[in-house]
Design a protein around this ligand. Structure first.
Ligand SMILES: C[S@@+](CC[C@H](N)C(=O)[O-])C[C@H]1O[C@@H](n2cnc3c(N)ncnc32)[C@H](O)[C@@H]1O
Length: 273
């Protein structure tokens, strides 16, 4: 049954086709996730299986967009898992901002519609304000994602109230002006963050010598070999002592365990050794 992938040869042929046509590297993603998500699209289109669905992709570019969107999983929110952001607030932001570096480079890898890099921007702005202002001119936060629709939303920076479900009330009131029932991002934070389309699996960082890489709830969808390759890539991209933050259910694997030391293991905050 196609629910979990259907005929294996047809499924493989569909994966190859998707990678060939769109550049989306199916082989790096966990098979089970791909099968589940493709099955949803096949059902939604009433196709009999992978082969018929492949034909639909050829005839309908919008279905291709829907499929890639569903394969990449864009769920996010501001301050997702507040405890993690609280630990970033206490351990990471002061370490970065009190260092007196000329530039503080932050990379949110797999940033979806921008909630993650803006959350980091808010913490940096808050730290600066609590310390007499200043320091923000050296902050550069880049959010990257494979999904250009999401990046468009990130640049617009207009959010539904539901995106703020994990946001403490004081931060919500201070940083998210309300316009017509929606929330926008305070311009002082917005200008700290830029966005770029990148496929993480092409291993091109938006800059060298990053001080902080936040890559949360992305590697969980990847096969182990791709996860390990990404950890090595992050290690190479970080400046010595630079921080890496993963998602709550993600952790370092294989050789990567020797490349980073835990800062707060529970919140998945590590430092390049
Ligand atoms: C579940 S969201 C996580 C968003 C945010 N990091 C968070 O934790 O709330 C996963 C994001 O990773 C992006 N993504 C998946 N594969 C990617 C790839 N190969 N390159 C870049 N971004 C990717 C998806 O488009 C999606 O926006």
């Amino acid at each position: 049954m196609i629910q979990e992938g259907g005929d294996d040869a047809e499924f493989r042929a569909l994966m190859d086709k998707i990678t060939r046509d769109s550049g989306f590297q199916c082989s790096s993603y966990k098979d089970k996730c791909l099968r589940r998500r493709i099955a949803v699209r096949i059902r939604a289109r009433g196709a009999s299986g992978c082969a018929e669905y492949a034909g639909m992709l050829d005839n309908d570019p919008r279905e291709y967009e829907r499929l890639i969107r569903s394969l990449t999983v864009n769920v996010t929110k501001f301050f997702r898992n507040w405890e993690t952001y609280s630990a970033i607030d206490q351990k990471v932001v002061p370490a970065l901002m009190e260092k007196g570096e000329r530039e503080i480079r932050v990379w949110s890898a797999g940033c979806s519609s921008g909630e993650e890099p803006y959350s980091i921007g808010i913490l940096m702005h808050k730290h600066s304000s609590a310390n007499g202002g200043g320091g923000l001119e050296s902050v550069s936060i880049v959010g990257t994602d494979i999904d250009t629709d999401c990046l468009g939303e990130a640049e617009r920076a207009v959010y539904a109230e539901s995106a703020l479900g994990d946001t403490p009330a004081d931060l919500r009131d201070q940083y998210f002006p309300q316009i017509a029932g929606l929330r926008t991002m305070l311009p002082e934070v917005r200008r700290l963050v830029t966005f770029e389309a990148r496929d993480l699996l092409h291993f091109q960082p938006p800059f060298e010598n990053a001080h902080l890489i936040v890559c949360r709830n992305v590697i969980i969808y990847l096969e182990r070999a791709a996860q390990e390759a990404l950890f090595a890539h992050f290690h190479q991209t970080l400046t010595p002592g630079g921080f890496l933050v993963l998602g709550k259910v993600e952790t370092l694997l294989g050789d990567a365990r020797g490349l980073f030391s835990p800062v707060n293991a529970r919140e998945r905050i590590f430092r390049k050794v």
